[in-house]
Design a protein around this ligand. Structure first.
Ligand code: FNR
Length: 184
């Protein structure tokens, strides 16, 4: 049976480099796995009162159902101020609640950080992993994926990766991730 890998991009920017990297990864999964982009930009900021009063915004149940339906989660994210962009952290929080109904629970995950700089989003990558521990998501440890100096490897006009080494590296992450997914 085909397994669905949800892809979550930590940037809402139209020309997002992270999304370009994610699109390349989506193309390269082996047969038997389908990639599904799950959008996080329209989720209202999490407020616990929504759940406590049972008055959640309409976007929440839809998003929680989408997360529930996937077999695994791939996070491709930039780094904002050495950490995870708020929009992605918000999405993690929304689908982790109400208490006891964390729909991320047990789903294998992989993290790819993307940066225009040389430090390659290390802070975002590691901070995201910290949250995934608490969400109980078994996360791909190796190879790690830090895509630094990303503008050297993409064609911004076409919106695609134009470097074979980068394509091959992203494929190797996909392949390692799929092996992890198959263990669960
Ligand atoms: C950044 N950027 C950035 N880059 C980085 O390597 N480390 C960082 O801590 C930050 N901090 C940061 C904060 C904020 C608020 C913004 C808007 C940007 C730069 C970032 O790498 C760059 O804008 C990327 O292009 C963002 O990724 P997308 O949108 O292209 O996917």
């Amino acid at each position: 049976m085909t397994k669905t890998i949800g892809i979550f991009v930590g940037s809402l920017r139209k020309g997002s480099y992270s999304r370009i990297i994610a699109q390349e990864m989506a193309k390269q999964f082996p047969a038997g796995y389908e990639a599904k982009f799950i959008e996080i930009g329209d989720l209202p900021l999490y407020n616990q009162d929504f759940d406590d009063l049972n008055e959640v915004p309409a976007q929440y149940p839809k998003f929680r159902d989408e997360v529930k339906a996937i077999d695994a989660a791939l996070f491709v994210t930039p780094e904002y101020n050495r950490s995870v962009p708020a929009v992605l952290k918000n999405a993690l929080d929304v689908a982790s609640r109400p208490y006891g109904a964390n729909v991320w629970d047990g789903k294998p995950a992989a993290v790819v950080s993307v940066s225009i700089g040389a430090i390659s989003g290390f802070g975002a990558n590691q901070h995201l992993r910290q949250a995934l521990v608490f969400l109980n998501m078994p996360t791909l440890q190796q190879p790690e994926a830090y895509i630094g100096n990303v503008t050297n490897f993409i064609d911004e006009d076409k919106g695609e990766v134009n470097n074979q080494g980068t394509k091959d590296f992203l494929k190797s992450i996909d392949e390692a991730f799929v092996k992890l997914i198959d263990r669960y």
